[in-house]
Design a protein around this ligand. Structure first.
Ligand code: SF4
Ligand code: SF4
Ligand code: FES
Length: 263
């Protein structure tokens, strides 16, 4: 076990764990933008900055990917930390002036957008969408170009042939840059102004709401086995749950009925 302190509180964790993991377990909040429990951290946004004092020396590190160490003192909210997060926010806001999340964080930290950006959009280039896709789905996304043109896209900026339309990238994106549009039986995955994939939707046979895409069902069957989704494959999760519950109730009623007769 590795023992150390966070904000003066004695904590411990397994060797190899990161500061953020131990902080979460102990109910200590460290703000993050690009960390997600479903993927390995990459330290891209820098917003989880904390101050670490180690043998008399102090430095700012990213909590999401800094391994814990015996005896270190972590401060999650020192003036140095708040100043660091303020600068990071000012830089991110320059690129993403319209992000509701960044604007509310800017208010909290007293950050103002000070710099000019020729091509502002709403993406902080954290790569979380691509990491989630690559780890759990199909690697449909990549980072392209360099310097100020560095951006998230699909190979050759073309409509993706491998995307299954699961929407995981949309769900994890911290800024709202990824959009998912379900309309007229089709799902579009949109990054900024670029449509990266289009899919045919499967609608719930019972209530007509969206289940998922045809390609996602096919993908899940291949990945999780043919038996997956065989029970009510074309029902949304709500209708599926209520059908299963109804069946369970019927079974229970039958059992009681049989039990009474036998008795
Ligand atoms: S919707 Fe497409 S790009 Fe997004 S995570 Fe799913 S497979 Fe990847
Ligand atoms: S689209 Fe969202 S998740 Fe992907 S790099 Fe941009 S901000 Fe990060
Ligand atoms: S959350 Fe740690 S660098 Fe983004």
């Amino acid at each position: 076990m590795v023992e150390f302190s966070i904000d003066g509180k004695k904590v411990s964790g397994e060797k190899g764990e990161y500061i953020l993991d131990v902080a979460k377990r102990n109910g200590i909040h460290i703000p993050t933008l690009c960390a997600h429990p479903a993927v390995e951290p990459k330290g891209m946004c820098r917003f989880c900055t904390v101050e670490v004092k180690d043998r008399g020396r102090s430095k700012l590190v990213t909590a999401c990917n800094f391994p814990i160490k015996e005896g270190i003192e972590v401060d999650t909210n020192s003036e140095k930390v708040r100043q660091g997060r303020r600068v990071i926010l000012e830089l991110l806001l320059t690129r993403c002036p319209d992000s509701p999340l960044l604007n509310s964080l800017a208010k909290e930290y007293g950050a103002k957008s000070k710099y000019a950006c020729l091509y502002p959009d709403n993406c902080i280039r954290c790569g979380l969408c691509a990491r989630v896709c690559a780890t759990h789905v199909v690697s449909a996304l990549c980072m392209a170009d360099r310097s100020h043109e560095f951006h998230i896209t699909t190979p050759f900026n073309e409509l993706s042939s491998v995307c299954v339309g699961c929407g995981a990238c949309f769900m994890v994106c911290p800024t709202g840059y990824v959009k998912l549009e379900d309309k007229e039986g089709k799902r579009k995955i949109i990054f900024g102004n670029q449509i990266v994939a289009e899919h045919r939707l499967v609608l719930c046979e019972q209530c007509g709401s969206v289940v998922t895409t045809e390609k996602n069902i096919e993908f899940s069957r291949k990945k999780l086995g043919e038996d997956t989704l065989l029970v009510y494959p074309n029902l949304c999760s709500k209708c599926r749950r209520s059908n299963v519950a109804r069946e369970a109730e019927d079974l229970a009623e039958d059992a009681v009925f049989e039990f009474n007769i036998d008795w």
